[in-house]
Design a protein around this ligand. Structure first.
Ligand SMILES: [Zn+2]
Length: 245
């Protein structure tokens, strides 16, 4: 029985290493999600701002188009002015020209206002774009790092899985199943020390009869409380720093 327990402890050591790698691997998506979320949010802001800029630029083009038409009309009216015969007609046309000129001034002012707006929003657009590119490049770097680490974890896992396969060799299937079953439900720990009269996995007292059996090492026993396999350790210390809870 001592031999089985010794072997199970070796398997346990390997399993702890395997678990630690699995935990680190499970953290990988979390390392990337921050950048992915930020990119998504910045993309939305960038696209919304782009729409505003596009609309404003369209408005500016319309203003400039209207200005051009108004200038042409003014020019034509000025040419007509030279051919006018009567005083009355002359005055009416001159009035029209004045009004057209005023129109041009108003359109120019509007175009300038829209142009200023365009510049303001374009600056904000540039800020979003820079932040977006920054996050994209960070995500790329982190993704490459994760891939690299994942590769080394995978080769380590392969090595440990091989070690485990040899370590379980010779262990009775019934005992191995017992260990595996409790390990899966008890934070990855299936075999623990029994010392000072208690289980070092859950710190509960072990009934004296079982404890005596453990000392003799004749039978395999599990903790009545946490169900882990118990190994008698002849070092009854209080507050064992290696105790697994
Ligand atoms: Zn226990």
């Amino acid at each position: 029985m001592q031999e089985v327990l010794r072997k199970l402890e070796q398997v346990q050591e390997i399993d702890i290493q395997i678990n630690a790698i699995m935990v680190k691997k499970a953290e990988f998506p979390r390392r990337l999600i921050g950048y992915q979320t930020e990119i998504q949010s910045l993309s939305t802001k960038f696209n919304d701002k782009k729409k505003i800029v596009d609309e404003l630029e369209k408005g500016k083009r319309q203003q400039l188009g209207a200005l051009e038409l108004n200038e042409e009309r003014t020019k034509r009216s000025q040419e007509k002015l030279e051919q006018i015969k009567t005083n009355q007609e002359f005055q009416a046309l001159q009035k029209e020209i004045e009004s057209l000129k005023k129109n041009s001034t108003v359109i120019q002012e509007n175009a300038k206002k829209v142009g200023d707006e365009v510049e303001k929003h374009k600056k904000e657009l540039d800020v979003f774009e820079a932040a977006l590119n920054d996050n994209k490049s960070k995500l790329e770097t982190e993704t490459a790092k994760v891939a690299e680490e994942s590769k080394s974890f995978d080769s380590e896992l392969k090595r440990l899985t091989g070690l485990r396969a040899s370590a379980v060799d010779g262990i009775d299937k019934r005992h191995l199943n017992m260990y595996d079953k409790v390990r899966q439900t008890r934070t990855g720990v299936g075999i623990v020390a029994a010392a000072g009269g208690s289980c070092k996995g859950c710190n509960m007292r072990i009934p004296p009869q079982i404890y005596n059996d453990l000392q003799r090492g004749s039978e395999l026993h599990t903790c009545p409380s946490c169900r882990r396999i118990l190994v008698y350790k002849d070092a009854p210390r209080v507050n064992d720093p290696n105790a697994v809870v």
